[in-house]
Design a protein around this ligand. Structure first.
Ligand code: ADP
Ligand code: MG
Length: 238
């Protein structure tokens, strides 16, 4: 099981509360979208799950394990960033291989894993290129491949498509949903775009000002918005 639980999480930066009493259950194998306006605390929440930020109080569980004290590299997660965070001087292959080398995965196994993920994301022909020689969509696929090669149970994605043009974004949404089905992993996907949230998520968690406003299926959110904020944000007809 790779459900993610956030229990009574608060987070303050310099005394300012950014997350308050966050209680969230992210089901194992779900495609859960964290959505809300800019500044509501989505990235901070994701970064706490990744271990890149620490809650001021509260507990985080990944699967059965309480991970509060577990460093990012030892959590069963991989994160895909908005700016891709690729190494510009390395080839696609080296970018994907980097984390595997760090974890001392033997060469034949590295080769096998790289070939496997390159195939899944359609990068087989591009392994010897540098990121600067790729399109935005291809760079996004490299970032995905680099996450996948780790075989994490939980994928964390922070606005991964926001640098792509509208048409490519639409295509990548479909690809991500297919990838989710294929991998059977838990996807936690952050976006400020309510259309993206409603179309991609099987569960969506709507946040505002550091608090959860509603956590439910898109259908339920649409037909039974928990409050006026949710109704307005989602655009439920009056
Ligand atoms: P979102 O991803 O929903 O746009 P964030 O989680 O990035 O929101 O930020 C939530 C709030 O926390 C914002 O007001 C932001 O300015 C503040 N914040 C985020 N990171 C830091 C930080 N490292 N130091 C101080 N304030 C921060
Ligand atoms: Mg953010």
């Amino acid at each position: 099981m790779s459900q993610v639980l956030l229990r009574q999480i608060t987070k303050t930066f310099n005394g300012n509360p950014v997350i308050e009493d966050l209680n969230v259950t992210i089901p194992s194998g779900s495609f859960t979208v964290l959505v809300g306006p800019s500044g509501c605390g989505k990235s901070t929440t994701l970064r706490m799950i990744a271990g890149l930020e620490h809650p001021t109080s509260g507990d985080i569980y990944i699967g059965e394990e309480k991970v509060n004290q577990v460093e990012p590299g030892k959590r069963d997660i991989a994160m895909v960033f908005q700016n891709y965070a690729l190494y510009p001087t390395m080839t696609v292959k080296e970018n994907i291989e980097f984390g595997l080398k760090n974890r001392k995965v033997p060469k034949p196994e590295r080769e096998r894993l790289i070939a496997e993920v390159a195939e899944v994301v359609g990068l087989r022909e591009y392994l010897n290129r540098k990121p600067g020689e790729l399109s935005g969509g291809q760079r996004q696929r490299v970032a995905l491949a680099r996450a996948m090669v780790k075989k994490p149970k939980v994928f964390l994605m922070d606005e991964p498509l926001s640098n792509l043009d509208a048409q490519l974004r639409q295509q990548m949404r479909v690809e991500l949903m297919e990838l989710h089905k294929k991998l059977g992993a838990t996807f936690i996907y952050v976006t400020h775009d309510q259309v993206e949230a409603m179309s991609m998520g099987d569960q969506i968690i709507i946040m505002n000002h550091g608090k959860v406003q509603q956590a439910a299926s898109p259908m339920e959110v649409y037909h039974q918005p928990a409050n006026r904020f949710v109704a307005t944000f989602i655009g439920t007809p009056p």
